[in-house]
Design a protein around this ligand. Structure first.
Ligand code: HPA
Length: 284
């Protein structure tokens, strides 16, 4: 059960999505830093501002794009309709880690089946330098905060054992092989930010078994699993994590590296999503 307020927002947003775009696409993507080039691959796209969608995140930076873009992605093996969410709420903006709940629940209620979460991350592994892509196999919720705090009912006790869908992971690996792209795989650890981590924190995360660190994705995966969406996570390494290189960490570096690798990341994302049209479990 969810609060009446949330429930109304979801109902209103679904109605708006439906009247703008018609039936839901099977797949939705949340575009993180460095992934926005993926919108260039969308054919026959139409957009709807988050401002029209009750409960969707409000952009905090003036002029920042905050919209849903719906269209088709064509790949070598098929065409897939997709909804791209440009702009996400980060916990570090307000302290609220439930800022994407309504958006994700609305996608599910509209009829979306698969959610692809993308982000920019710091790498904890020398074999994944800046520019590398990593398929998320599992995560560590370091702050131990939940977007489900306050939820009622037994569904809130979400099984997180296979949060990152095995069939979708196998699919991404297959697409990477076909494209001869080196796709890393590993564990993503959520650090709330907005400050970067200390070298001591990074050594601790590495000892825990983390391979990449970032400030998003985990609350969304939890909310999406609670909503019943299948989840895939793709991380773009924009830097070596704190203490692992002599380079000072800045947001400018993140954006610069994201831009440098963004085209390849976007191309891969488009191929992965387009290829989902082959998957029986998504088509039917
Ligand atoms: N730490 C946290 N978040 C990040 C990083 C990082 O090193 N790089 C990009 N996002």
């Amino acid at each position: 059960m969810e609060s009446t307020h949330t429930h109304h927002q979801v109902a209103a947003s679904v109605q708006r999505l439906q009247s703008q775009f018609g039936a839901a696409p099977e797949v939705a993507v949340v575009l993180g830093s460095g992934w926005s080039d993926a919108t260039l691959q969308v054919q026959d796209g139409t957009a709807l501002s988050y401002a029209e969608l009750p409960g969707f995140p409000r952009p905090r930076v003036e002029g920042h794009v905050a919209e849903v873009l719906v269209g088709r992605l064509a790949g070598p093996t098929g065409v897939q309709r997709v909804a791209m969410l440009r702009g996400r709420a980060h916990t570090y903006e307000t302290g609220d880690c439930a800022g994407m709940n309504v958006a994700l629940r609305s996608l599910k209620a509209w009829g979306v089946k698969v959610l692809v979460l993308t982000n920019a991350s710091g790498s904890l592994r020398p074999h994944m330098p800046a520019g590398s892509l990593m398929l998320i196999t599992d995560h560590i919720n370091a702050p131990q905060r939940s977007p489900l705090t306050g939820e009622q009912g037994s569904e809130r006790f979400v099984d997180m054992a296979h949060a990152y869908d095995l069939e979708l992971r196998a699919h991404a690996v297959k697409v990477a092989r076909r494209s001869q792209l080196a796709l890393g795989q590993g564990v993503y650890v959520w650090a709330q930010g907005p400050q970067f981590e200390t070298p001591a924190e990074i050594r601790m995360f590495a000892a825990w078994g983390a391979d990449a660190v970032g400030m998003s994705t985990v609350p969304e995966t939890i909310a999406a699993r609670h909503a019943g969406l299948r989840v895939m996570g793709l991380a773009l390494m924009t830097n070596m994590a704190a203490g692992l290189s002599t380079e000072a960490l800045t947001h400018a570096l993140t954006l610069q590296q994201a831009k440098a690798s963004g085209q390849r990341a976007a191309q891969f994302l488009a191929e992965v999503v387009a290829g989902m049209s082959e998957l029986e479990s998504i088509r039917s």
